[in-house]
Design a protein around this ligand. Structure first.
Ligand code: PMP
Length: 445
């Protein structure tokens, strides 16, 4: 298998090619927080299989839901037909979503959920408020990541993803995100009174006629290296978007489903966005499925006689796939039955304590944690916060050392990212951070 993997597979970002120089890992099975490879070796899944898994691998309730649905039907279209899991899941999603979101549009992955939100926003303004201005542009934060399809890359801003595709991307307006560790304004929270929002207000004030929406990863810009927005930031963004008539689009693809300690990150600031994209944890990490949630106000703009062409021209072949929806339904059932959100408090505190014990290490610059999402930024100089120069690939070196010790973690530049499943035990969490410590230690060896 390893040989054929090398020969036939093209892995995302081709990064496996590099890892293969050590030895490719072929994962065959999983159980709880562990992944098990074809050699029978066990690895702690410190990435939750790229931030999707919530309740551990092979959860009996999710397994049963999937098997039960297979006995009925694997797929039928949502175009002109419906199916029980899609209907029931939409109803349950609306129950747990921030209040005011009332409609669910399914798609297949995080990128498409974002694309759907962008298209809905533009079409909404045309149909509902044609005099409000062209309103077809988006405001986005620097270092944003919203997925890999062309629209999602357009509203993203990670240079590596962006640079080569510039001719294909549509123009956006850009705002500086908060970055409390290296505040560009030289201020500290809370005395800064989130002064970083002032330039954003100016953009909204002057360009609102051009802007359909402001897209943000609420609370955490995860792929940028777990950049955390201070409390109150999101609520102010909501106020500003409302004041200037710009839709707030929350990309909860990474932060949704308990990852930040609440069901959705928006809840930390009591915010209801106009459009919300979810995926990743939606099926508990079992199947690709995504949804864009929105309000009645937006949905109503798409109603009308067919000849008026108000309809939303978007629909994927696997939209509302019954297998995915059945597992997602079971995922929400696990949240309810096992009181998952309530169980998170002690784990989040433990992770905080464990991470704090790394703070004294010479190369540990900033430790950022929100819920069970954490990033450790490694720096060349702790005092000056001087980053390691880009080719150093420090995060990658730490992740490689961790893998040799039985832990899979994700490097993001100079940031080592730990995102364990919500079901992680205290012992597993402790072991994960212990391995992270040993692996960071190898940098000075
Ligand atoms: N938005 C955010 C915030 C993400 O973190 C990701 C994936 N890491 C995406 C969108 C894209 O999701 P997908 O990879 O499922 O297309």
């Amino acid at each position: 298998l390893r040989e054929w993997d090398r020969r036939y597979l093209w892995h995302p970002f081709t990064q496996m090619q590099e890892w293969e120089q050590e030895e490719p890992l072929v994962i065959e099975r999983g159980k709880g927080s562990y992944l098990i490879d074809t050699e029978g070796r066990r690895y702690l899944d410190g990435t939750s299989s790229i931030w999707v898994n919530l309740h551990g691998h092979r959860h009996p309730v999710l397994d049963r839901a999937l098997k039960g649905q297979i006995d009925k039907i694997a797929h039928s279209t949502l175009l002109g037909l419906s199916n029980p899991p899609a209907i029931l899941l939409a109803r349950e999603l609306i129950k747990v979503a921030p209040p005011g979101l009332s409609r669910v549009f399914y798609s297949d992955d995080g990128s498409t959920a974002v694309e759907v939100a962008l298209k809905m926003a533009v079409q909404y303004w045309r149909q509902r408020h044609p005099d409000a201005g062209p309103k077809s542009m988006f405001l986005r934060l620097k270092l944003a990541y919203h997925g890999d399809t062309i629209g999602a890359v357009s509203v993203g801003n990670i240079e590596l993803f962006h640079a080569r595709f510039k001719p294909l991307l549509f123009p956006t307006l850009e705002a500086e995100p908060p970055s409390c560790y290296r505040c560009p304004l030289g201020l500290t929270y809370p005395s800064c009174k989130t002064a970083c929002l002032e330039p954003i207000e100016r953009i909204l004030q002057t360009r609102h006629r051009d802007l359909a929406g402001f897209i943000v990863e609420p609370l955490i810009q995860a792929a940028a290296g777990m950049i955390i927005q201070p409390p109150g930031y999101l609520a102010r963004l909501r106020e500003l978007c409302t004041r200037y008539n710009v839709l707030l689009i929350a990309d909860e693809v990474a932060t949704g489903f308990g990852r930040t300690g609440k069901m959705f990150a928006c809840e930390h600031d009591g915010v209801t966005p106009d459009l919300m994209a979810v995926s990743k944890g939606l099926t508990g990490g079992y199947l690709p499925l995504a949804a864009t949630l929105t309000t009645d106000e937006i949905y109503r703009a798409f109603l009308g006689r067919y000849e008026e062409f108000k309809t939303f021209f978007h629909g994927h072949s696997y939209t509302g796939n019954p297998l995915g929806c059945a597992v997602a339904l079971a995922n929400l059932e696990v949240f309810r039955r096992q009181q998952v959100l309530r169980s998170l408090g002690p784990k989040i505190s433990l992770l905080q304590k464990l991470l704090a014990s790394l703070a004294g290490m010479p190369s540990v610059g900033d430790i950022r944690q929100q819920g069970l999402m954490a990033g450790i930024e490694l720096v060349q100089d702790k005092m000056t916060k001087e980053p390691y120069p880009p080719p150093a690939r420090i995060g990658h070196r730490v992740a490689t050392a961790a893998r040799a010790r039985g832990l899979l973690i994700r490097p993001l530049g100079n940031v080592v990212v730990l995102v364990p499943p919500l079901s992680v035990s205290r012992e597993e969490l402790t072991r994960m951070v212990e391995i992270v410590r040993e692996s960071i230690d190898t940098l000075s060896a």
